[in-house]
Design a protein around this ligand. Structure first.
Ligand SMILES: NC(=O)C1=CN([C@@H]2O[C@H](COP(=O)(O)OP(=O)(O)OC[C@H]3O[C@@H](n4cnc5c(N)ncnc54)[C@H](OP(=O)(O)O)[C@@H]3O)[C@@H](O)[C@H]2O)C=CC1
Ligand SMILES: O=C(O)CCC(=O)C(=O)O
Length: 305
């Protein structure tokens, strides 16, 4: 990077913004060393939240222990995850989640084996985006001629990672395929306790949603349900509690006496209107782009006996 900067600057004058990943003295950004690993951890937390899990209490295997791997190990250890660093081949993998922190680490054959085993993979282009994000920050600082302190870099990284997670993962959390994916509590035979349903909507449908979406629930024998309406599952899972029922705030719950139809609205918190999804602004689009917060507003629409 130093060589590229040097060569370019010979012909065009000192231009630090032409290349990123530079040493600090040459205009590099503070925070780069940890940024990719940090981004991997934020992305992992968001993925786990989708499955009502937190890093805390899990066991992990890290393959590759250089810059990214060692930062991930340190950060998840701090969050209460037990790290066992071993190499594995795809046939031996027992993990439920694989986070691709390196570039293209899973070859097509392994991908097929893992997918048949039901392993959930988070792709590299998403998981390691902290690296390119810090490059963007470096470029911004260079063109501004102003150096951010490390705290500012870390805060910006976290802010943008969270926005990306809301954009890319959270819409999928709230729904997939319009059916009940989790049912907590309740005894289907005796109807002793009220079950809780977590409802998802297909992500593509969510992203292109212009009209309110309707979800029918309540094929339960007892005809009663508790529907969880939430705006940020990560918030719920981040306390390390993988049992959403106890972490759920009262205001997130709707008590239903009978099966019902729920209407979900895609809602922009900042602009207070429904947003149009721009496919060109997906995974990496978060860099330098203005985002909005979304959350699902669910309303009980009608009762279907
Ligand atoms: N650093 C960054 O900011 C970013 C990195 N990435 C990607 O993440 C990956 C790791 O980058 P980084 O941590 O910087 O690289 P490093 O060179 O710091 O570390 C790579 C590590 O992987 C180990 N390794 C190499 N091959 C294998 C293998 N087949 N199985 C297990 N371990 C192996 C190396 O071990 P040994 O030294 O013994 O060979 C080394 O410890 C790369 O794919 C990189 O492109 C992506 C985005 C940003
Ligand atoms: O630093 C960057 O801009 C991206 C880094 C990256 O993706 C890599 O090292 O593979």
């Amino acid at each position: 990077m130093a060589w590229i900067l040097d060569e370019y600057s010979k012909f065009h004058g000192h231009s630090p913004a032409v290349v990123t990943g530079k040493l600090i003295d040459l205009g590099g950004s503070l925070g780069r060393e940890a940024a990719t690993g940090c981004g991997v951890v934020y992305a992992t937390e968001a993925l786990l939240a989708e499955y009502w899990k937190a890093v805390k209490g899990l066991t992990s295997v890290i393959q590759g222990f250089g810059n990214v791997g060692s930062w991930v190990a340190r950060l998840i250890h701090e969050r209460g995850c037990k790290v066992i660093a071993v190499r594995e081949n795809a046939e031996d993998v027992k993990e439920k989640f694989i986070i691709e922190a390196a570039n293209h680490p899973t070859d097509p054959e392994a991908d097929e084996i893992l997918s048949k085993k039901g392993v959930i993979m988070m792709p590299d282009i998403y998981a390691n985006a902290g690296g390119v994000t810090i490059s963007y920050f470096e470029w911004v600082q260079n063109i501004q001629g102003f150096m951010w302190d490390e705290d500012k870099v870390n805060k910006e990284l976290k802010r943008r990672a969270n926005k990306m997670n809301h954009k890319v993962i959270f819409p999928g959390i709230i729904a997939l395929n319009l059916h009940v994916i989790h049912e907590f509590g309740g005894n289907q035979d005796t109807g002793d306790e009220q079950p809780m349903y977590i409802v998802r909507i297909d992500r593509q449908r969510w992203l292109h949603l212009h009209e309110p979406i309707k979800i029918n629930i309540g094929n339960h024998k007892t005809g009663r349900a508790t529907v969880c309406v939430f705006k940020d599952p990560l918030e719920i899972a981040s306390d390390g509690n993988s049992r959403p029922r106890s972490a759920m705030k009262k205001r997130h719950l709707l008590q239903l006496k009978q099966p019902a139809t729920i209407i979900g609205l895609r809602y922009s918190f900042q602009q207070r209107r429904q947003e149009t999804y721009d496919p060109g602004n997906s995974v990496f689009g978060f860099v330098g782009h203005r985002f909005c917060h979304f959350f699902l507003v669910c309303l009980v629409f009608s009762v279907l006996a």
